[in-house]
Ligand binder design. Structure first.
Ligand code: SF4
Ligand code: FES
Length: 250
């Protein structure tokens, strides 16, 4: 395939940035999207040009680093996959592909397609720790009965890889789907109950402090989430947040 790439280039956080056009030839349909960018970068380096900076680590849909906006969609046109799992067979010979970084005030561009997602880490840090009794009579986690439905929902929430596609997709740059997954993975399990109230309050407050917007129930986040995190988690987080604040006022 021969493709016409239109890629966001930005030297650093202070640069205004612009779209630059790069034709690329002989792209195999079996390549992943990131392999296609690797080939482009090799060509740029050979010509003495600056390669395009983009984030990646695992390249198997686990780490959540490969956050790209491709033709106006977080992680591109496929469903339930990250950018590293997207294959070039999803495109046609002669296509023009726009490649941009995830955009949100709380996720500033560092360089080209790389954004700073440390605000998301700080929300997780605000959630604190989970208490475990280590005084000599520690209970075996497998010996604590957990309803199957709760175990399944907690597991589903825990599959969030922190990629930020939900934030980049949301018209309000809301982090509610991400934060609600991180709240739910603990709040549905007995081990998460000890600090549950403080956890949800601290995480939601941190989310607001970091400059993420609020949820207006559009649902675009759920559609673009590569891990199928459900909006149900947002309802759960809202209930937990209200209950935590109500009980602390009594
Ligand atoms: S909720 Fe989905 S889209 Fe949002 S950070 Fe987690 S995995 Fe990514
Ligand atoms: S590189 Fe790790 S999820 Fe894509």
């Amino acid at each position: 395939m021969n493709l016409n790439l239109k890629i966001w280039r930005q030297k650093d956080a202070n640069d205004k940035g612009k779209i630059v056009e790069y034709p690329i030839a002989n792209v195999s349909e079996h390549m992943s999207f990131l392999e296609m960018l690797d080939v482009l970068n090799e060509e740029l380096i050979e010509k003495g040009d600056e390669p395009v900076a983009f984030d990646h680590d695992c390249r198997e849909g686990i780490c959540g680093m490969c956050s790209l906006y491709i033709n106006g969609e977080a992680h591109g046109p496929d469903r339930g996959v990250t950018t590293c799992q997207l294959h070039m067979r999803k495109f046609k010979d002669g296509d023009t592909i726009f490649i941009e970084p995830f955009r949100a005030t709380a996720l500033p561009v560092v360089k080209d397609l790389v954004v700073d997602r440390s605000a998301m880490d700080r929300i997780q840090q605000a959630g604190g720790f989970v208490s475990v009794n280590t005084s000599g009579n520690t209970q075996d986690a497998n010996a604590i009965p957990i309803a199957k439905e709760n175990a399944d929902k907690a597991f589903d929430a825990a599959t969030c890889i922190g990629c930020g596609a939900c934030i980049a997709t949301c018209k309000n740059s809301s982090a509610m789907l991400y934060v609600s997954a991180k709240v739910s993975q603990f709040s549905l399990l007995p081990q998460g109950q000890v600090e549950a109230k403080e956890r949800v309050k601290n995480m939601v407050n941190k989310m607001d402090e970091e400059g993420f917007g609020n949820c207006t129930n559009t649902g675009a986040c759920e559609v673009e989430c590569p891990k199928g995190i459900s909006l149900e988690n947002i309802s759960r987080m809202n209930r937990e947040f209200l209950a935590a604040n109500f009980s602390s006022k009594k």
